[in-house]
Design a protein around this ligand. Structure first.
Ligand code: GYE
Length: 326
């Protein structure tokens, strides 16, 4: 900033402050005003997402917050529109869970130019300039993929033969699909018994999970698949239906490991149809609210906040089910 401009800015501030100073009450009102947050959600594609939306809405409630919530129905163009509308409305903070990783530079620059801080939740973005967002609160998806693979290796310790895996991937280009695949492959790749024979996106939904699993079964035959790795529980639950309709026993004829740890997965494990789930916690609302408070107050925040998570198996399902919060 050049000197002349700084001076002009100082004078302007003094003038504005003077105006506010007249009635102290005005200043007070401004201080207690709700923080307006524009939140752009991915969609309502899974049990995980529903729990995440509930958590965000509960934590960003009135009177402390004025939440503008927008559902993108899994389309990036809808999210970009929502972000532009938040910028036009001059919200205090933008928070969003980016459906895919790439293609955000332009709109994030627009937010920066408008001086609106952007907080990422759940999924990350791929940008060259990471000053375009303040922080990312969410899980370590690579580690989740590794955990699924480690469970599988452990569960296969008594077998010597080849293990043919089919993979139901999440939304193409999304951070969890890219990272879970990478983490899983990294660990599986160290053991020559394992091979991924087919891999396709089921877009994180039950319906697509079922459809793609049907195609896998058709292509590989009844005996061609030993294991299903699904990037989320919903796709695994859809696939379980396809496996049963093909006359096979999910959890036995085909072992299944998925990610999220939602209630539906615990029920499927209790019924013996799903072997294990890697936890991915959707209850990010409170942490998000705190980060937004800090950002709004100008306090420093860490660039990355990682959520703590575990792994659950069929043996633990019945005991753990009553404790589940999503
Ligand atoms: O695993 C899946 C959802 O981004 C972590 O999105 C999230 C994923 C979650 O649709 O169920």
């Amino acid at each position: 900033m050049n000197k002349g401009f700084k001076l002009a800015a100082a004078v302007l501030c003094a003038t504005v402050l003077g105006a506010c100073g007249k009635g102290g009450a005005d200043g007070q009102a401004a201080k207690n005003e709700a923080i307006t947050v524009g939140f752009s959600q991915v969609g309502a594609e899974s049990e995980w997402r529903t729990a995440n939306t509930r958590s965000v809405k509960e934590a960003l409630a009135a009177p402390e917050f004025n939440l503008k919530f927008s559902d993108a129905q899994q389309k990036q163009e809808n999210q970009i529109k929502a972000l532009r509308s938040f910028i036009a409305q001059g919200v205090d903070v933008i928070a969003f869970s980016p459906v895919v990783e790439s293609g955000w530079e332009t709109v994030l620059r627009e937010a920066k130019a408008a001086n609106i801080p952007v907080v990422l939740t759940d999924r990350g973005v791929d940008v060259s300039d990471d000053s375009l967002f303040v922080t990312l609160i969410g899980s370590d998806f690579v580690e989740e993929g590794r955990r699924a693979a480690r469970w599988l290796i452990d569960d296969s310790k008594d077998s010597t033969g080849p293990v043919r895996i089919v993979e139901l991937q999440g939304t193409v280009g999304s951070a969890p699909a890219i990272d879970r695949m990478a983490g899983f492959k990294e660990v599986i790749g160290q053991d020559p018994r394992f091979s991924i024979v087919r891999s396709q996106s089921g877009d994180f939904t039950r319906a697509k999970g079922k459809e793609v699993m049907e195609a896998f079964l058709k292509a590989e035959g009844r005996d061609g698949i030993d294991v299903l790795f699904a990037h989320n529980d919903d796709m695994a639950i859809g696939a379980i239906q396809a496996i049963e309709e093909a006359g096979l026993k999910p959890g036995e004829d085909i072992r299944i490991v998925s990610i999220d740890g939602v209630r539906g997965a615990f029920e499927a494990m209790k019924a013996g149809k799903l072997n294990a789930t890697v936890e991915c916690n959707p209850l990010l609302g409170q942490q998000l609210a705190q980060i937004i408070r800090d950002v709004h107050a100008g306090r420093p925040v860490p660039k990355r906040v990682v959520v703590e998570e575990g792994v659950f198996t069929r043996e633990q399902a019945a005991t753990e089910l009553p404790n589940r919060k999503y």
